[in-house]
Design a protein around this ligand. Structure first.
Ligand code: DX5
Length: 274
């Protein structure tokens, strides 16, 4: 049973669905130990915000798998971007699925999770990926359950200094785990190589438990050793900003990232230069 309490700043959700009800909604398909499909997910941070709608259409035409909207509140991270209305407005320009990363304070998450979950839904109301940071959610088990109850696809993100163990007990609630490979807040930063082993650890938990979960990585991912090493460690969803927008066309960027990732999944893993 889910109770919604009205709140001056939005809806506050209590009494989330029980784990078994949530689990029942999960695909029963056993996790295959083999590679999961590569997904290229551009961040809109480096896009031309004066023409955000046209940029989303350009990304759709480039063949990306979904679009990530980096929500920042100037509190959880030292940057400020946009709210749910900007995300919802892009629904008019593309049929692509969306993904919203909430790099925001707990107060913002508590007050606005329903609005962000609704804005992230697909063209026919399909669950959009809603990412909450484990560092910004005291009651993250409840927040993830609420995202699922509101028709979203829950995902949890970890900052570079947060140990993998912080999400070990909530893997049954999520469809994705996002391993931040830079300190969140800005694009154009360098990939942090020590994150590769964190990816590998989380992937082992997923395979050992037979869970149907994608691992995403975000930050400094390029069509080089970075995406290859992440693939080799078990990631299959790649958020790229500067690594995609740097190409003459977005399709070239998307194709380059996907090609290096798929080669890595086939065993040809580009090495980190000395
Ligand atoms: C960090 C941002 C960036 C962005 C990707 O908070 O979320 O990671 O999405 O930026 P690049 O690909 O330029 O590192």
């Amino acid at each position: 049973m889910l109770s919604l309490l009205s709140h001056s700043a939005g809806l506050v959700l209590h009494a989330p669905l029980h784990g078994n009800a949530v689990a029942a909604q999960r695909s029963s398909a056993p996790q295959m130990a083999g590679p999961r499909p590569v997904q290229i997910i551009p961040s809109v941070l480096p896009a031309d915000w004066a023409n955000m709608g046209a940029e989303c259409k350009r990304l759709e035409d480039a063949g990306v798998d979904r679009i990530q909207f980096d929500v920042m509140d100037g509190n959880f991270v030292p940057n400020l971007t946009f709210g749910p209305d900007v995300i919802a407005a892009q629904r008019k320009t593309t049929k692509l699925m969306f993904e919203t990363q909430l790099m925001v304070s707990e107060r913002c998450t508590d007050a606005m999770l329903p609005q962000f979950t609704e804005a992230t839904k697909g063209p026919n109301g399909e669950p959009g990926v809603v990412i909450v940071h484990v560092e910004a959610c005291t009651h993250i088990h409840r927040s993830l359950s609420n995202i699922r109850a509101m028709g979203g696809s829950p995902s949890v993100a970890l900052n570079p200094s947060t140990p993998a163990e912080a999400v070990e007990n909530i893997l049954d609630l999520v469809d994705h785990v996002l391993v931040m490979t830079v300190n969140p807040g800005f694009g154009g930063q360098a990939y942090i190589p020590t994150m590769t082993e964190k990816i590998r650890k989380i992937r082992k938990w997923i395979v050992d438990r037979g869970l149907d979960i994608d691992i995403e990585v975000d930050g400094g991912v390029k069509a080089d050793w970075t995406i290859a090493q992440c693939c080799d460690a078990g990631a299959n969803c790649f958020i790229a900003g500067s690594g995609m927008f740097a190409y003459p066309t977005l399709k070239e960027g998307c194709d380059a990232l996907r090609a290096v990732a798929q080669k890595a999944q086939a065993g040809d893993v580009m090495a980190k230069p000395n």
